[in-house]
Design a protein. Sequence first.
Length: 239
Amino acid sequence: MHPHNRKKLDERVIRAAEAALAAQKYVRPVDVLVGIGWLDPGALKRWQRGEVDYLERVVQTNLPRISEAMKLFRSWAAAEGLTASETHYIARAPSRRTLRFSKSGNPTIEKLYRTHWISGELSERKRELLAERASRAPELLVIQPLNETWKCHRCGGTGDFLIMESPGPVCLRCTGLDDLEFLSAGDALLTRRAKAKSARHAVVVRFSKSRRRYERQGLLVEPRALTEAQRELDRQNPG
Ligand SMILES: [Zn+2]
């Protein structure tokens, strides 16, 4: 591979991994594949339902390039001091079979794909809870840009939030999420309730220049869910 391409891939992998870690406190190989735009979230869901025979079939690049990205991801995770945790991926009912990642089915490769990398800040108990979430779809990530002059690659517009796609950033209007409301992090109870009531949500992260990493800012949720959650909490704690 050309050295320049290699460097570029390195940056994309790290950016995707850092954003997923900020949003979830753990990173999975599938988060990185989605984050760098090689795996469509819809295709990932079909694979999770057992409708695709192996994941690499729906990853939009060749096998050597996937393997290169995964190697970069693992060396980043090890350098960050994250804890490796092997998890199990089972197709949803009715099949409940073990999901296969690789074309080859090689057990070593399968194990690498199944391994999640968990933030060292978390307690043992929290890590176990996270491991249970293994086969869930990744969180939809929305970025609060530092540069306010960014341009949507689909419509040429801009906005307060963007989603990274393989060709470039996209605005919320083009992704059909512009009706969602921003709920700033800080009120854990309100956040949990609003998220549970919202059919769609996204995690908002922003890059901190001083700390040189992505940090979770809050959630985008349906306004109705936010109003209901707020009302519920007001009723429980009047005055
Ligand atoms: Zn747009």
